[in-house]
Ligand binder design. Structure first.
Ligand SMILES: Cc1cc2nc3c(=O)[nH]c(=O)nc-3n(C[C@H](O)[C@H](O)[C@H](O)COP(=O)(O)OP(=O)(O)OC[C@H]3O[C@@H](n4cnc5c(N)ncnc54)[C@H](O)[C@@H]3O)c2cc1C
Length: 457
């Protein structure tokens, strides 16, 4: 635990009500990573000045600081340890300003994605980024991890959505670049340094995000594909058929879909499952789109699909999305195992998935490979599970997943960040010159190494 005298000083900087010790933290949900509250001490600054004062104090006394938004990140980036300070952005949540003419929203770092979506929707606009953790994940955390999600194939990842940013450096300096214009060539693009840096360079306090016209939802279907190759063919066909009216296209391999449908007691799913598909796709179109039925009929003629269910009402639509988004179903059924978040060029997606499945089965036939993902980006979330103890296979499993990725030109870290989980892989797979430059940046901006130590680098 941070020394008592430092705790008293920090309490003074943020005020009594914005300071939490171990007992108060014990009441909070640690999120997906059990160690996120282990530091036992947190500050919840309400102003940029307080953030700056906290950081300069910690810098002077070499106290490590871990920023936290919603604690929904999935690679251990928000984990903390004794002797560290948690800087929660929950109370930096006052501003959400939509500028309709400029089609931008300015938001404080602690504002949730859902709050931004709702504010933009009042003007028929949308931030063009959407993740299932929308109700809890914050703008600051999404900048920190360079979040991707369900709409990235249309509008890009956070890196493409952020126009401006304000951040506080470890020495307390405030970097302000709250541009609302996309054309601004003013030297190095400093804001990009903070996007995806997982709180290792400073604390993001505000951001400006681009907005897009909001779409009215048309139809939603759950589609059964006999093979991964057929699903990939459908991706291409859907893009050509619907063009910008294709709103979402998500993939769930059958083990995942079956687990979800069973838990949710989705009776209509059972008929689809009879066709024994390798994977299911969730396809959603805009209200302006050609009828989904016409597209699916074409796909059936070409034998790319074996069955499909078009949601007949909002209840069925919600059920389809619930099954796709409730990924905790995996942990509920298989607590142990190894998660991966990778991306593969779509051209090689089927070969990659098939090869990994085959090699894992050869390694240990008790292994269950569960895959879901944002297929239009070639982004797969692989969970390698077993009811038996397979912990001794960790190195071999990583080797299979990553060797094939490298061969097909994919990425070992698609959208969840490096955190603590992928540091070793990053060290192994990135060119030394790239690693050196990143370390140089870190050492320059955070010479005392106080910002989220043990993450990313
Ligand atoms: C059910 C579920 C579904 C998900 N789906 C997706 C998905 O589709 N796509 C996707 O990309 N992710 C997804 N995620 C992961 C997660 O929601 C994202 O990583 C999100 O961006 C994290 O936001 P957060 O506010 O919870 O950040 P936290 O978990 O609190 O923090 C994440 C990282 O950002 C840093 N950080 C937080 N706030 C700041 C700040 N103000 N300044 C600087 N650094 C900061 C932290 O130190 C940490 O390194 C999902 C998570 C869950 C639980």
């Amino acid at each position: 635990m941070i020394e008592q005298q430092h705790q008293e000083q920090l309490r003074e900087i943020v005020g009594e009500n914005n300071f939490k010790g171990a007992n108060a933290l014990g009441l909070l949900d640690p999120g997906k990573n059990a160690q996120s509250l282990d530091a036992g001490v947190a500050v919840l600054p309400e102003t940029i000045q307080q953030v700056s004062n906290v950081l300069s104090y910690c810098n002077e006394h070499s106290i490590p600081v871990v920023s936290q938004g919603g604690r929904t990140s999935l690679a251990g980036a928000a984990n903390t340890a004794e002797g560290q300070l948690i800087l929660m952005t929950t109370r930096l949540n006052k501003m959400i300003e939509v500028d309709v003419d400029a089609a931008v929203v300015k938001a404080d770092a602690g504002v949730t994605l859902q709050a931004v979506q709702e504010a933009a929707a009042e003007y028929g606009l949308s931030p063009g980024i959407n993740i299932p953790a929308r109700g809890t994940a914050t703008i600051g955390g999404m900048v920190g991890t360079n979040a991707g999600g369900l709409e990235a194939f249309r509008y890009g990842v956070m890196r493409n959505r952020v126009l401006g940013l304000e951040a506080v450096l470890p020495n307390g300096d405030v970097i302000s670049d709250m541009k609302v214009v996309s054309k601004a060539n003013e030297g190095y693009d400093i804001k990009q340094l903070f996007i995806g840096s997982e709180g290792t360079l400073g604390v993001v306090t505000k951001a400006v995000l681009k907005l897009e016209p909001a779409d009215s939802i048309g139809e939603t279907a759950l589609v059964a594909c006999p093979t991964t190759e057929d699903a990939v063919a459908l991706l291409r066909a859907a893009r050509a058929f619907f063009k910008s009216d294709l709103l979402f296209l998500e993939g769930m391999w059958s083990t995942y879909a079956k687990l979800g449908a069973k838990e949710a007691d989705f009776k209509a799913f059972n008929q689809l499952a009879e066709s024994d598909p390798v994977l299911y796709l969730v396809v959603e179109t805009s209200a302006k789109a050609e009828p989904l039925e016409d597209f699916l009929a074409k796909m059936a003629e070409q034998e790319k699909i074996v069955d499909a269910l078009i949601a007949k009402n909002e209840g069925e639509r919600r059920m389809i999305w619930h099954i796709r988004e409730d990924s905790f179903v995996i942990e509920r059924n298989f607590p142990a195992g190894f998660p991966f978040d990778v991306s593969v060029p779509i051209t090689h997606l089927a070969d990659y998935a098939n090869r990994v499945e085959k090699e894992l089965a050869a390694l240990d036939d008790s292994i269950v490979l569960i895959i879901l993902g944002h297929l239009m980006d070639g982004n797969l979330h692989l969970s390698i599970k077993s009811l038996a103890d397979v912990s001794h296979h960790q190195a071999a499993v990583k080797e299979i997943v990553n060797r094939n990725l490298m061969e097909f030109g994919g990425s070992f870290s698609a959208e969840h960040g490096i955190g603590t989980e992928k540091r070793g892989t990053r060290q192994k797979l990135l060119p030394q010159a790239n690693l050196n430059l990143m370390q140089l940046l870190k050492d320059t901006i955070d010479p005392n190494g106080i910002m989220n130590p043990g993450k990313v680098l």
